[in-house]
Every structure is written in structure tokens, then in C-alpha cells.
Design a binder for this molecule. Structure first.
Ligand code: SF4
Ligand code: SF4
Length: 138
């Protein structure tokens, strides 16, 4: 079992979750975070910290967000992109992980300021089209 970051985090990155994780298993992309499922110890501390309800336990993940389980594994380096089941993924995300420029995301262990877009984006639905597969620039 592991926890997973889903759509609501996109363009927000409040990073409250990072501060409470005892094993620092969050990784940072350009406009969202992901959890490494091999490193997560299922403590559930992060789930209630997320102000936009982006984090779920894998067994509680809504059906339309289940593809984020595989996505979190790939961008955090827990799964090889070539071995990923990309069923349900947006086309631009599949192209990005199978392309030559794909790079695993860096670890993030400390809270930082949310993105400038956070307040507006926290009310948006259908943000998967905006999901960036690029690592955070840091
Ligand atoms: S707390 Fe912030 S960074 Fe963590 S998942 Fe929620 S929105 Fe994303
Ligand atoms: S469930 Fe615990 S170990 Fe897993 S990501 Fe959340 S805070 Fe970290």
C-alpha cells in the first residue's frame, strides 16, 4: 500500500504534505508533486494536510484518478517508464515519459511557497491537461 498525489495538486504545490512526511518520499515536478510508492510507509500523515485533497491511499483513490498511481511511480523512479501501464493517461504525458528528454523528479524534503497560480488553480477541475512531466527547476 502507498499514498498517491493526484490531480488537485497540479498548478498548486502548497507542499504542506512534504513537511509531515517522516521518510521524505515526495518528489517535485514543474507543477505538481508525486510520492514514491516504494519509499512511502503508509503513515497517512500527509493525507489530511493537503488543503486541496490531492492525496489518497491507493485503495481509496477515485477511479478516474487511479492512473496517477502508475504516474507517481514513474516520475519518482520507482518504476521504469518502459514498464508503465499508461492506460488512461493523457497523450501528452505518455509522449513525455517515453521521449528522450524524460528525467526523474528531484526529492523535496522541505515546505516551500506555493505556486503563484495556486489560489486560482485550487478551484479548477480537469487539470490533467496541464500536468507537466518536467522535473522541478531547482
Ligand atoms: S499538500 Fe500541496 S503539494 Fe502536497 S499534494 Fe496537496 S497540493 Fe500538492
Ligand atoms: S503516507 Fe506518510 S510516508 Fe507516505 S507520503 Fe504520506 S507522509 Fe509520507
Amino acid at each position: 500500500m502507498a499514498y498517491v498525489v493526484t490531480e488537485a495538486c497540479i498548478k498548486c504545490k502548497y507542499t504542506d504534505c512534504v513537511d509531515v512526511c517522516p521518510v521524505s518520499c515526495f518528489y517535485e515536478g514543474e507543477n505538481t508533486l508525486a510520492i514514491n510508492p516504494d519509499e512511502c510507509i503508509d503513515c497517512c500523515a500527509c493525507e489530511s494536510e493537503c488543503p486541496v485533497t490531492a492525496i489518497f491511499a491507493d485503495h481509496d483513490c477515485p477511479d478516474d484518478m487511479k492512473w496517477y498511481l502508475e504516474f507517481n511511480a514513474v516520475v519518482t523512479g520507482a518504476k521504469d517508464p518502459g514498464a508503465a501501464d499508461t492506460t488512461g493517461w493523457p497523450e501528452h504525458v505518455v509522449a513525455a515519459i517515453t521521449g528522450p528528454g524524460f528525467a526523474k523528479w528531484p526529492n523535496i524534503a522541505e515546505k516551500k511557497s506555493p505556486m503563484d497560480s495556486a489560489e486560482e488553480a485550487s478551484k479548477e477541475k480537469g487539470k490533467a491537461k496541464d500536468l507537466s512531466v518536467k522535473p522541478a527547476d531547482r
